[in-house]
Design a protein. Structure first.
Length: 259
């Protein structure tokens, strides 16, 4: 009987060996739209120390993600624009661990054509302002903060007919950047992003006392069980290196947890 060379069996086994090797699971993150640029920087920094990790981020409104996670959407981590949605998920039994804060957000007036620093919130009463972009307060925390600020300054009834609502804070910011709105009440993290700096607009930080404090939280979800990269990214976000990146995008340092 003709003998088959041993090398033949070795070569034949190679595809099987590679196919049998366990696939490294991807990490799917649901992130509030104000994190679009900051999260990209976080993922890039994480990749440098975890080569080969497959981190995929979906951006949107925190309220919509909350509903999707309640319906068992396959996210591994959730980064909200507030603490309320993660805490509600915890109360619903959808979060096995702790709810952690990653930053404190700020709200700004941003315009491509007007300097809002001159008149502050009263810029919105200017007759040249026809459309004011905000995120939808029904499911976007920054939209809720925008309405609170308008009410604080007794401007809501005066400008409510000028409001145009984005699905999330990123879309509201795009309305202002593209001229679909004359001014936007947007997240500082977006105003500080390279894209908005290049757009040439100007911004004014809306005083924090005019709205509820914008603490922003994140959680590891049950779908991440057994996913080492998801756990590693969760831990990474709590490191000084990650907090430094978030600070660069205007996020304040969260208060330490009370014992």
């Amino acid at each position: 009987m003709r003998k088959v060379p041993q090398i033949f069996w070795l070569l034949a086994a190679v595809p099987f060996l590679y196919s049998a090797r366990p696939q490294r699971p991807k990490v799917l993150i649901a992130a509030a739209a104000d994190l679009r640029y900051a999260m990209d920087s976080l993922v890039a920094a994480f990749d440098r120390t975890h080569p080969g990790a497959d981190i995929q981020v979906v951006y949107g409104s925190s309220g919509n993600f909350y509903e999707q996670i309640l319906s068992d959407a396959p996210f591994d981590l959730f980064f909200s624009a507030d603490m309320d949605y993660p805490q509600k998920l915890k109360a619903e039994g959808k979060v096995p661990g702790a709810v952690n804060a990653y930053g404190v957000g700020s709200l700004v007036l941003w315009s491509k054509t007007i300097d809002p620093a001159i008149q502050g919130m009263h810029t919105l009463e200017n007759n040249v302002i026809v459309k004011i972009a905000i995120a939808n307060p029904a499911h976007a925390p920054y939209g809720k903060r925008a309405v609170e600020s308008l009410e604080f300054y007794k401007l809501y009834d005066k400008v409510k007919d000028k409001l145009v609502m984005g699905e999330n804070i990123s879309q509201a910011a795009q309305f202002a950047a593209t001229g679909s709105a004359d001014i936007g009440m947007i997240a500082l993290s977006l105003a500080l992003s390279p894209a908005f700096r290049q757009a040439g607009g100007k911004y004014w930080v809306i005083p924090a006392e005019s709205h509820a404090r914008q603490d922003q939280g994140f959680v590891l979800l049950p779908h991440a069980s057994g996913n080492a990269d998801a756990q590693a990214f969760y831990e990474f976000v709590r490191t000084p290196a990650a907090l430094s990146i978030l600070n660069q995008f205007g996020f304040g340092t969260p208060s330490p947890k009370k014992p």
